[in-house]
Design a protein around this ligand. Structure first.
Ligand SMILES: [Zn+2]
Length: 169
């Protein structure tokens, strides 16, 4: 059976009763989380699933909780970078080592985030946007973590989507 919902706020195309893959499900959740980012230059979302594919939590890049940025804070794109807490780091604050199996992030984790995900015992990492300056691929290979790109998933195109080639930070 196929239902056609037409176009409703970016939710387009036919809906089939085919079950969505776990990694696509995860990427759609990461995508939605990215919409909550306050960073005007780079919005990154991430989600962690446990070993039963249940959602542990979602996170996005932003400033430390409770920090109220002074006026003009967002004007300097370069300077703001050092204060931004990456989505994956915020995500790791939601669980303990060994609790999460899978992480999906809308951007390939940077080197530091990939190291952190390894430290938390993550087995599978999925990303949408390539981040060329990251050593994530090399780190994943050494530690035996599955690292794969997922560019097709439900809700793709919903809301604001960052440039595919833009650097994270
Ligand atoms: Zn990072």
């Amino acid at each position: 059976m196929t239902l056609d919902r037409g176009s409703v706020g970016g939710l387009t195309g036919p809906v089939s009763n085919e079950r969505v893959q776990v990694r696509e499900y995860a990427m759609a959740l990461a995508h939605v989380a990215s919409l909550r980012s306050e960073d005007p230059f780079r919005k990154v979302g991430a989600v962690a699933l446990d070993f039963d594919n249940r959602v542990i939590g979602t996170a996005y890049n932003g400033l430390a909780p409770g920090f109220d940025p002074p006026e003009g804070f967002w004007d300097d794109r370069e300077k703001r970078q050092r204060f931004m807490l990456h989505a994956e780091i915020n995500l790791c604050s939601l669980f303990r080592r060994g609790e999460a199996k899978l992480v999906a992030s809308t951007t390939m984790p940077c080197t530091a985030c990939m190291q952190t995900l390894c430290a938390y015992g993550i087995k599978e990492v999925y990303y949408r946007d390539v981040y060329h300056e990251s050593h994530a691929s090399e780190i994943a290979e050494v530690y035996g973590v599955r690292l794969e790109r997922v560019s097709e998933y439900p809700l793709k195109g919903f809301g604001a989507v960052a440039d595919e080639t833009a650097a994270q930070g």
